[in-house]
Design a protein around this ligand. Structure first.
Ligand code: 6PG
Length: 465
């Protein structure tokens, strides 16, 4: 019976949650998993929603259960498993059918797969929000042929998070545009998390506050301009007690951050685009530093403990510094999306990206609605130059400077906040220092420079031989 609206491959955490979400919204979904035991277990978990779900024992059964033209959503780990599933499905599908990759794919892979799948359509969607989001409403960032988007838009919008009546799912361009937006989302996610961790470090090591007190600070911030999912969960994490020791859970968590690589991809792609995303780059590098625990312990023995107590900062300084850092980071992130859109001819709707990020995803925050409005006023203008955000930056950059300076004076590492401040200072210096670099390049390699006085290019200095 070819009656189901969509097929779904991969009943891991995200796949299972999405399948239940699809079924709950009234769509019929056929599901297949590599191991049949998991499919049986999943059908038990589905309860009454099982009426909308067809479990398939084979890929042939899965394909047969979907109404043509078929759409099959892959929820398998990024990389080779996606290629393997495409290879297994392709002979079973017909021209006009569609494979959708809902994993955290590298957008280059999505572009390649788009070119390779021929008459079978291929579509890449970034899905954000973890298990809870996938089950009850993720943010969905889609990319591929517009006609294919029209086919799957009703299902994706129905299962997406809702922001005041608007679904957080949208199409951002052909090819790998959707997965590219998801990659930048994750880069910003790394940066937001790192800046919060840096402020946590000042509260803990500089101001001597306990985890519970720090949790209360985050709770307060979450009621203000910094309202966001990540500040909210940071408060919860800080206030949570460890059941084994009875002390704060943060005190027993190893200080080495893992990563699956999407933040790193953002930094790599930014370099290809020559787009400055210095806050994200600092956050990726900070995770790499964090993982060198043995080396850090040796260096502490050799040079002495870094962090020293400080009394020169207030909690309000930290709130303002985090606000400034966040605006600078998002200004860079949207700038990177604009650069990628120009490079790839995506004609990306940046205000729509901000709108999709307002709910469902990990970086959702109160500020994103204002960002969407500022980008809509003038999508070509850097976010930090929009009057709304420029006014906030004018109020807060002094605190960012004070926090970075005091942290530096007291040996507390704040790489992402420092990167934001350096970017801010660099961008507001009309006469920079790259004239020295151009002079050096010309001196040793006759690379040529442009003259300020007459605007001519390719000029050389009167260097001695
Ligand atoms: C999301 C997240 C998610 C990501 C995790 C882990 O938007 O739901 O970005 O897709 O996989 O956050 O990422 P790292 O392991 O790289 O920290």
């Amino acid at each position: 019976m070819s009656e189901r609206d969509i097929g779904l491959v991969g009943l891991g955490t995200m796949g299972a949650a999405l399948a239940l979400n699809i079924a709950e919204k009234g769509f019929g979904v056929a599901v297949w998993n590599r191991t049949g035991e998991r499919t049986t277990e999943f059908m038990d978990e589905a309860g009454p929603l099982a009426a909308n779900i067809t479990p398939a024992a084979t890929l042939e059964e899965l394909v047969a259960a979907i109404r043509p033209p078929r759409a099959v959503l892959l929820m398998v780990p990024a990389g080779d498993p996606v290629d393997q599933q495409i290879a297994a499905l392709t002979p079973l599908l017909s021209d006009g059918d569609l494979i959708i990759d809902g994993g955290n794919a590298n957008f280059h892979d999505t572009e390649r797969r788009n070119a390779e799948t021929g008459g079978i359509g291929f579509f890449g969607i970034g899905v954000s929000g973890g298990e809870e989001g996938a089950r009850h409403g993720p943010a969905i960032m889609a990319g591929g042929e517009p006609s294919l988007w029209q086919r799957i838009e009703p299902i994706l919008k129905a299962i997406a998070a809702d922001y005041e009546g608007e679904p957080c799912a949208d199409w951002f361009g052909p090819g790998g545009a959707g997965h590219f937006v998801k990659t930048v989302h994750n880069g910003i996610e790394y940066a937001d998390m790192q800046m919060i961790a840096e402020v946590y470090g000042i509260l803990r090591d500089g101001m001597g506050k306990g985890s519970d007190e720090i949790g209360t600070v985050f709770e307060r911030w979450n009621a203000g301009r910094l309202q966001s999912y990540l500040i909210e969960i940071s408060g919860i994490v800080a206030k949570t007690a460890d059941t084994a020791s009875g002390g704060p859970i943060l005190d027993v968590i190893v200080d080495a951050a893992g990563q699956k690589g999407t933040g790193r991809w953002t930094a790599i792609e930014a370099q290809h685009l020559a787009a400055p995303v210095t806050v994200i780059e600092a956050a990726v590098a900070a995770r790499n530093v964090s993982s060198r625990r043995t080396a850090r312990a040796e260096a502490e023995d050799l040079f002495g403990t870094g962090p020293e107590p400080l009394s020169s900062l207030t909690v309000d300084d930290l709130e303002a510094a985090l606000t400034a850092g966040k605006i600078l980071c998002y200004s860079q992130g949207f700038g990177m999306l604009a650069a990628a859109s120009d490079r790839h001819g995506w004609n990306m709707n940046l205000p729509a990206v901000a709108r999709v990020w307002r709910a469902g995803c990990i970086i959702r925050s109160g500020m994103l609605d204002d960002m969407a409005a500022a980008l809509a006023e003038d999508p070509g203008r850097a976010l930090m130059m929009a009057p709304f955000f420029a006014d906030i930056l004018k109020d807060t950059h002094g605190s960012l400077r004070k926090v970075v300076a005091e942290a530096a004076r007291h040996g507390i590492a704040v790489p992402a906040l420092s990167a934001g401040l350096a970017y801010f200072d660099g961008m507001r210096t009309a006469r920079g220092t790259a004239n020295m670099i151009q002079g050096q390049r010309d001196y040793f390699g006759r690379h040529g420079f442009a003259r300020l006085d007459d605007g001519t290019e390719g000029r050389h200095g009167p260097w001695a031989d």
